[in-house]
Design a protein around this ligand. Structure first.
Ligand code: HEM
Length: 124
């Protein structure tokens, strides 16, 4: 079920990317993806106490490595979401200097969001 919700967020991001030149479509799609991803993170932390689990419940070296990697990737993804929101708002207000940064950070964001998606299958 969580994977389905995460898939919806990824699809919204791809749709947002497709409409990146149309702010009136791009922004609602990206904001929806963020709300879904952030809610997912809160839900997982709330129901599984993910951070305590990380400290106490890692069984094998391989799963430990993967779990830490997944958490690191997710944290970077969250930071990049905020970067995109910050630069995106400045862009929407007409501050064109933010465009290059928003565009370049978008590639990093996409890479980390996809890494988060792929690794979530292995730590679920
Ligand atoms: C969530 C808040 C976001 C806001 C408020 C926002 C806002 C904007 C705005 C106003 C534009 C300019 C659209 C235009 O040219 O008319 C834009 C372009 C763009 N956005 Fe976002 N964005 C957000 C998130 C994202 C995310 C998460 C990504 C990463 C996938 C992204 C990738 C891009 C790209 C690649 C462009 C095109 C830049 C260019 O080629 O000029 N944005 N965004």
């Amino acid at each position: 079920m969580l994977i389905v919700v995460s898939t919806v967020a990824v699809l919204l991001i791809f749709a947002g990317w497709k409409f990146r030149k149309r702010a009136e479509v791009h922004i609602p799609l990206m904001v929806s993806a963020f709300v879904i991803d952030f809610s997912l993170l809160l839900y997982i932390e709330w129901t599984r106490h993910a951070i305590e689990t990380l400290q106490t419940d890692v069984s094998t070296a391989a799963s430990e490595w993967l779990l830490y990697f997944h958490v690191l990737v997710s944290a970077i993804m969250l930071v990049l979401y905020w970067v995109q929101i910050g630069t995106g708002i400045r862009l929407a207000k007409g501050k064109e200097v933010s465009r290059i940064f928003h565009k370049n950070a978008a590639y990093a964001f996409l890479a980390f969001r996809l890494l988060n998606y792929v690794t979530s299958f292995f730590v679920a």
